[in-house]
Design a protein around this ligand. Structure first.
Ligand code: BES
Ligand code: MN
Ligand code: ZN
Length: 494
């Protein structure tokens, strides 16, 4: 079930709702909405602050049931942390925690006054956009592969109203579109690899195109790719019975002659490592190795839903990397679509081998005005930046700055790593034009250096989302990153 959002100017004490949410800072500082509820209820919030039941700690929540003097059935008091350090990231965090707490209550509708909490340097359209995206994020449930349950008697959150006026309407409309893209990405990435194989991703892209004007989908199978010379991509897929696809979605929201923006996303539906087999522990997480594909497809969905007036293409090389008698092997030399030959030194460095052909194809076919790829490319990027920032590498300072800014705006942040030519020598090979690995040091950068060999003359940037595309652990889910970053970047280009 998807969550419906709306906006209204709100008098917190007199709203008719199953739950009204208000914020309090630490040290007993009430937001204006909390103060209004406190007055109307004869001090119900202050009493709990004095008793120590409400601390105001960031992300904490306290439920008051049916307080006298208030028309809402419940009040959810949400801690905002210290007022003097309250910032954009904290705003996002408390909105996520508030929606999580709400999701544990038997309420179908709620009103959030958190969207009116002041955030330094941000306007109300921004606050509503982030609050709605955070709430939708928290409300997402993965159910696709559980036994169907009768949920008809379960009360689930269905409607959420934010405090805000007309000036915030654009923010809410953008949030609804971007949330749909984020959900698309999360759902696709969460599916197990026995369902989400290359053909499944192609079918999802095709179905989306079929349902939307101005969108078309073109899928190349391995026969078509063989003819065109996708020697690098096809080598990676050779060990799997789930045959590769190259998926291209086109959106014509702009003028006919306008060059498109282009996204390319790594779509390895399962990365076992191939003959350079990965260790068993944690291998199951490699179902998320199509997170880049999910991310660019989600951003494409968001762009279409926003009706952006620009042209956009989204290209996804989709393969499965498996060990087999027919697998490609370390020491094989491949001829890529660009003509450059590649010495395979490790079959687990497969992402760059499918991306290089997809990047060449995208540049040749579409001559895009900018080319951005997203990929769960290297463990080294996770070591460098952890799970909070995606790695950004580009030789184009202006493009890099645009992407960093879009990440800050949406709190889907990236951090730039250098892409100096100094690193290129690590890819030298005695047997081919380039090797597919660059040795122990600077693994995220040498992976990007490899891609740079195939993007000559393009305005290109690379996002390594290995640390950000999913939450680690047994129950870790896909995050939908970098959908928000990419969607914002497109919004800024429109
Ligand atoms: N999909 C992995 C990268 C990865 C690892 C993402 C862990 C998220 C978590 C990629 O295909 C890979 O295996 N990369 C190798 C490259 C190495 C062989 C040069 C890696 O990072 O170890
Ligand atoms: Mn790999
Ligand atoms: Zn991989």
């Amino acid at each position: 079930m998807t969550l419906q959002f709306s906006l209204a100017s709100i008098a917190p004490a007199t709203v008719d709702s199953a739950c009204v949410m208000v914020g309090v800072y630490e040290q007993g500082v009430l937001t204006s909405a909390a103060a209004q509820l406190d007055d109307a209820s004869g001090g119900a919030i202050r009493r709990q602050i004095e008793s120590g039941d409400i601390s105001g700690k960031a992300g904490s929540t306290t439920l008051l049931f049916a307080p006298a003097g208030i028309t809402a059935r419940r009040v959810l008091v949400v801690g905002l942390g210290a007022q003097k350090s309250f910032d954009a990231a904290r705003f996002q965090k408390v909105n996520i925690e508030a929606a999580r707490a709400l999701g544990r209550l038997p309420v179908a509708d709620a009103v959030s006054c958190l969207s009116s909490v002041d955030v330094p340097g941000r306007d109300s359209a921004w606050r509503v956009r982030i609050a709605a995206l955070a709430s939708d994020y928290a409300a997402y449930r993965y159910t696709a592969t559980f036994k169907p349950r009768d949920r008809s008697k379960q009360v689930e959150l269905a409607r959420l109203t934010f405090a805000g006026g007309d000036e915030a309407a654009s923010g809410l409309a953008q949030a609804v579109a971007i949330a749909e893209g984020v959900r698309f990405a999360r759902e696709l990435a969460n599916l197990p690899p026995n369902i989400c194989n290359p053909a499944h991703i192609a079918a999802q892209a095709q179905a989306f195109a079929d349902g939307h004007d101005k969108v078309s989908c073109n899928v190349l199978d391995e026969v078509a790719m063989e003819k065109l010379g996708f020697g690098s991509l096809l080598a990676v897929g050779r060990g799997s019975v789930n045959k590769p696809r190259l998926i291209a979605l086109e959106y014509k929201g702009g003028n006919d002659g306008d060059k498109p923006y282009a996204f390319v996303g790594k779509g390895v539906t399962f990365d076992s490592g191939g003959i350079s087999l990965k260790p068993g522990a944690g291998m199951e997480e490699m179902k998320f190795d199509m997170g880049g594909a999910a991310g660019v497809l989600g951003a494409f969905v968001a762009a279409v839903k926003m009706g952006l007036k620009l042209n956009l293409v989204c290209v996804v090389p989709a393969v499965e990397n498996m060990p087999d008698g027919d697998s490609y092997r370390p020491s094989d030399v491949l001829t890529s679509l660009s003509g450059l030959t590649i010495e395979v030194l490790n079959t687990d460095a497969e992402g760059r081998l499918i991306l290089c052909d997809a990047l060449t194809y995208t540049a040749q076919t579409y001559q895009p005005q900018a080319l951005i790829d997203a990929a769960t490319l290297t463990g080294a990027c996770v070591i460098a930046l952890g799970k909070h920032a995606s790695g950004l590498m580009s030789k184009h300072d202006d493009l890099a700055a645009e992407l960093l800014a879009a990440g800050e705006e949406t709190l889907d942040r990236a951090w730039r790593l250098p892409l100096w030519d100094d690193y290129q020598a690590q890819l030298d090979s005695g047997f081919a034009d380039v090797a597919n690995i660059g040795g122990k040091s600077a693994g995220a950068i040498t992976a990007a250096c490899f891609l740079s060999r195939f993007t000559d003359g393009q305005r290109w940037a690379h996002l390594d989302i290995a640390g950000t595309a999913w939450d680690e652990g047994r129950k870790g889910l896909a995050t939908g990153r970098p959908v928000a970053l990419l969607a914002q970047w497109l919004l800024d280009r429109e």
